[in-house]
Design a protein around this ligand. Structure first.
Ligand code: IMP
Ligand code: MG
Length: 190
């Protein structure tokens, strides 16, 4: 591994909050490869468009498509629902639109994490207006106990507890996306 790459950490300190390891780089890469294999099998004969939700999904998207062995295309768009806080504002805003035409295409929405499910619900409703052939969702992480909307997530990397996480694309006030593992906010009682 190149010497400049950041190392796994025992903890990440953010002000007076401490994040501890949840998923290692190895665990993440193994699961991403499995998801890529599954998607490869399911989309044989099709050229799906992977649509990443910025900014959080960029690392997952890049690793995932390297594990997909059929032809595919990619695009990104950007939503904002969190601002710089740890709790969802409950509102979704479109900050960067999609560039590709999804009409008649098999699209796979790529999310870093599904929390309440509001973003996915909004995205699916938006895309349905453009008549794609199919819409599926892949999310690296899902917090099942936080789900408030009825949505279907077709491919799940890991189900996790309803705690705030950072790393591997996921931010806290825009930082820590560059960490290679995923860290979780340590509970007060730990
Ligand atoms: P939802 O709309 O409530 O499902 O929230 C989804 C979005 O909120 C994700 O795409 C993330 O960008 C962000 N998010 C939710 N939980 C976390 C977290 O634990 N850490 C960092 N970002 C999060
Ligand atoms: Mg996101």
């Amino acid at each position: 591994m190149p010497e400049l790459m950041n190392e796994p950490k025992e903890k990440v300190i953010v002000g007076d909050e401490i994040f501890v390891p949840l998923l290692t780089e190895e665990q993440i890469q193994k699961r991403v490869a499995e998801l890529g294999e599954e998607i490869t099998k399911d989309y044989e004969g099709s050229v799906p468009v992977f649509i990443g939700v910025l900014n959080g999904s960029f690392l997952f998207m890049s690793d995932l498509i390297k594990c997909v062995e059929i032809d595919c295309e990619i695009d990104f768009f950007k939503l904002s629902s969190y601002g710089d806080a740890k709790l969802s504002s409950g509102k979704v805003k479109m900050l960067k639109e999609l560039n590709c035409d999804v009409n008649g295409r098999d699209i796979i929405i790529v999310e870093d994490i599904v929390d309440s499910g509001l973003s996915i619900k909004y995205i699916e409703e938006l895309f349905e207006e453009n008549n794609p052939k199919s819409i599926k969702v892949v999310s690296l992480l899902v917090k099942p106990e936080s789900l408030k909307y009825k949505i279907k997530i077709d491919y799940i990397g890991f189900n996790i507890a309803s705690q705030f996480v950072i790393g591997y694309g996921l931010d806290y006030a825009q930082k820590y996306r560059n960490l290679r593992s995923i860290y979780v906010l340590r509970k007060e009682t730990e």
